[in-house]
Write a protein that binds this ligand. Structure first.
Ligand SMILES: [Zn+2]
Length: 249
């Protein structure tokens, strides 16, 4: 029985060096290394089954997620994962499909990037990716009304299900932010939800606030000194795990 599960988070795969970008070469090397080290991708439903029901997961299980649904999910991640036999979850900002990532952002230096079109979503949906909800317009849900949260979260789910014909019952909070009301509303309509707390998921995880590993933190632009003491040990532990993957299996 494994006792921790890495859930990796990617956004865009591009060479801009922005806070949402991982270089395509790095992504390819990491995926190849995971394969060489015997990792198996499992789904978010598998992860929740493991937490809630103590169901078994294979040794060296890992979950791969992509937030927002950038076009690079199609051009770069899709062929890479397909060739390795890996699967992943993509959290879509559904009103922005086929458009740009021009929702209000608190961080500067985010490039204007094209998003997946619904045609691309349809083309990829039967093999590599499971598509899940990340709201319609990517608002910070903290302080939002129940109706607004429902419209954003459930509206996103319904749009995906109408377009793909497949269940989209997992959610990722925009910016990783949520309050007790957002968590409550999401728990009514979804089987689980991802946050951005930097850690491994464990059998003790809240399935409506699953910990994840934001890969940008491990792009070489961060050092352990940039994390608070509360997070630093986890950061160093995850960095050791990722560095081990660079050695021969
Ligand atoms: Zn997002």
């Amino acid at each position: 029985m494994i006792n921790s599960l890495p859930i990796l988070t990617f956004h865009s795969l591009d060479d801009s060096g922005s806070p949402i970008s991982v270089a395509p070469d790095r992504f390819g090397r990491l995926m190849t290394a995971l394969k060489a080290h015997g990792f198996h991708t499992v789904s978010l439903p598998d992860a929740v089954h493991w937490i809630r029901d103590r169901a078994a997961l294979p040794e060296r299980a890992i979950v791969i997620t992509f937030d927002d649904g950038y076009e690079s999910t199609y051009t770069i991640a899709y062929p890479t994962l397909r060739d390795l036999g890996f699967s992943a979850a993509v959290f879509l900002v559904t009103d922005h499909c086929g458009r740009m990532n021009n929702w209000p952002m608190p961080v500067a230096r985010i490039p204007d990037l094209p998003m997946l079109t619904w045609d691309q979503v349809g083309e990829m949906g039967d093999s590599v990716f499971a598509f899940h909800a990340h709201t319609r317009t990517h608002p910070d849900l903290r302080g939002a009304s129940t109706q607004r949260i429902t419209d954003e979260a459930l509206g996103s789910r319904e749009a995906i299900e109408a377009r793909t014909g497949r269940t989209a019952d997992f959610f990722a909070y925009p910016f990783g932010h949520f309050d007790s009301r957002a968590r409550l509303v999401v728990s009514r309509y979804f089987s689980g939800a991802c946050g951005v707390t930097l850690d491994y998921a464990t059998p003790a995880s809240d399935v409506y606030a699953l910990e994840r590993i934001e890969m940008y933190y491990f792009s070489g632009r961060y050092t352990s000194a940039m994390f608070t003491s509360a997070v630093r040990d986890r950061y160093l532990s995850i960095r050791r795990f990722l560095r081990q993957l660079k050695t021969s299996p």
